[in-house]
Design a protein around this ligand. Structure first.
Ligand code: AMP
Ligand code: ZN
Length: 476
């Protein structure tokens, strides 16, 4: 079956054609590890994970890369403002050294990987770190220098966008309110030849630490400094996947500047395109504003867990919105998703093993996911299947577990799924799952099953009390 994906480059859904039959190389712009990822950032990786799973469902071998930006990302994506990693060092009272920068980066990199695991995201084959690939950045800049695309100013080496006729071919200028205004407002080097020119190498500026004045960075032919954020992605993707590779992804905020800059550098240096398909996820908003660190309106998986929302419930909620649609986060919406997930888990855990995948449903599921990753329709199909009285419970289970290879809700492990609790007095989600299953058994008068489930709940230190309007769970 053909796979169709929306390519930001052509603004069309295209039939995917891999560079190498049966293999797909994907690069996802990774986090800048100066703080914890927020749940908006994590949408980018749940999207990347479902994309990977869709390809695997289609029997592709997937080579997947998520880079780790641990140097060189300034607070403005357009190369101005403070360095995010330096900000982290100052915030955490750490010395301004490359070793300390690496250390703080490792701390948030580890936290990021934990988040991915909690969301049941399959880890990529490679997590290259920008601080490990400085040599590759320098090579790329030298190549650009050789081809006449860069010039040096007092604070760094800049890419000359005026020399690259296709600059901006990914579009996205409409995504920033007024680009000229954005560029005017941030402190830019006014000697730049064109306002869109961007730094590929930034020279280190002296930082005052108490009495001391320090200069942190790496030696290069242009002076001590650090790579530009854009050049890092061009170098890391090429190093692992080659150039061109198949698919490059990121959030839509990366289209206008970061990805247009990656394309310009890579193509100007090596004369071939960087990636054949560019895919972008839309934002998570909160009160209709983009969730962002700078807006102070962000939530992390930890904050959700304090509200007793499990990471898998957040994943389920994300799956119910198409990756190209903006979704507005509300507590009510995600609590609704958690309820639906609990119901789904309890229903499927009650179905017996030994069934076979129902081909008519599989065909429809497959068509949805291959149509630009229409996961919301695929989730709706799961509920349609559950309600279908013509399909046996065992076949339903087999089919849903097959679908879960793409949905990634870890359905098979229920009720032994380890879901987090904020403290020991709280009711773990798995207990709620068991209680829901018991309630279902009672409704269908399967008394022996209901009793067995209650014993299981009691053995885990909890109990259920049946009331007029449903059950409540208590600790024993
Ligand atoms: P950053 O660490 O800022 O480079 O962001 C990591 C990823 O998260 C990038 O792909 C961003 O485009 C994406 N991202 C940032 N904020 C949001 C948001 N509110 N909703 C969805 N994706 C986002
Ligand atoms: Zn990138």
């Amino acid at each position: 079956m053909d796979i169709k994906i929306y390519n930001t480059l052509s603004k069309n859904k295209e039939t995917f054609k891999p560079l190498k039959p049966g293999v797909v190389g994907m690069y996802h712009c990774g986090p800048t590890v100066y703080d914890h990822a927020h749940i908006g950032n994590l949408r980018a990786y749940v999207f990347a994970d479902t994309l990977r799973r869709m390809f695997e469902y289609n029997s592709y071998q997937v080579n997947q890369v998520i880079n780790i930006t641990d140097v060189g990302h300034l607070t403005s994506d357009a190369d101005a403002g403070e360095d995010k990693m330096t900000k982290a060092l100052i915030r955490e009272n750490m010395p301004l050294t490359l070793n300390a920068m690496r250390e703080v980066g490792t701390k948030y990199f580890d936290a990021f990987v934990e988040n991915l695991k909690e969301l049941h995201i399959e880890l990529p084959q490679a997590f290259p770190r920008a601080s490990d690939t400085i040599t590759e950045d320098i090579e790329l800049i030298k190549q650009l220098e050789k081809n006449g695309f860069v010039y040096q100013l007092s604070d760094g080496v800049y890419f000359d966008t005026g020399k690259f006729p296709h600059y901006g071919k990914l579009g996205g200028q409409d995504l920033i309110a007024d680009e000229a205004d954005v560029h005017a407002r941030i402190a830019q080097n006014t000697d730049k030849k064109n306002h869109r020119d961007f730094a590929v190498w930034k020279l280190s500026a002296k930082q005052n630490v108490g009495e001391e004045s320090v200069l942190i960075g790496w030696d290069s032919p242009w002076g001590k400094g650090f790579p530009g954020w854009h050049i890092e992605c061009s170098a890391m993707s090429r190093m692992i996947l080659g150039q061109p590779f198949d698919i490059h992804t990121g959030g839509i905020d990366h289209i206008s500047v970061h990805h247009n800059n990656e394309i310009a550098q890579s193509e100007a240096a090596y004369g071939t395109s960087l990636a054949n398909y560019w895919m972008h996820n839309a934002f998570i908003t909160i009160k209709k504003a983009k969730m962002a660190k700078s807006e102070g309106n962000f939530l992390t998986l930890d904050t959700l867990e304090l509200e007793h929302i499990s990471p898998l419930a957040y994943r389920y909620w994300l799956l119910t919105g198409h990756y190209r649609s903006t979704v507005n986060f509300t507590g009510t919406a995600v609590q609704g998703a958690q309820k639906a997930l609990i119901r789904l888990l309890s229903i499927v855990s009650g179905y017996p093993d030994g069934g076979t995948v129902v081909s008519t449903y599989k065909e429809r599921f497959w068509a949805f996911i291959n149509d630009d990753l229409d996961i919301p329709q695929a989730v709706a199909l799961v509920w349609e299947l559950i309600k279908d009285a013509k399909v046996s419970p065992a076949d339903k289970r087999a089919t849903i577990l097959d679908f879960d290879r793409v949905l990634g809700l870890n359905i098979e492990s229920v009720p032994h799924v380890e879901l987090p609790v904020a403290d020991t007095k709280d009711i773990p989600l798995e207990i709620t799952v068991l209680a829901e299953a018991r309630e279902d058994a009672r409704k269908t008068k399967e008394w022996a099953k209901a009793d067995a489930l209650r014993t299981e709940i009691q053995e885990r230190g909890f109990d259920v009390i049946d009331g007029e309007s449903g059950f409540s769970i208590i600790t024993r």
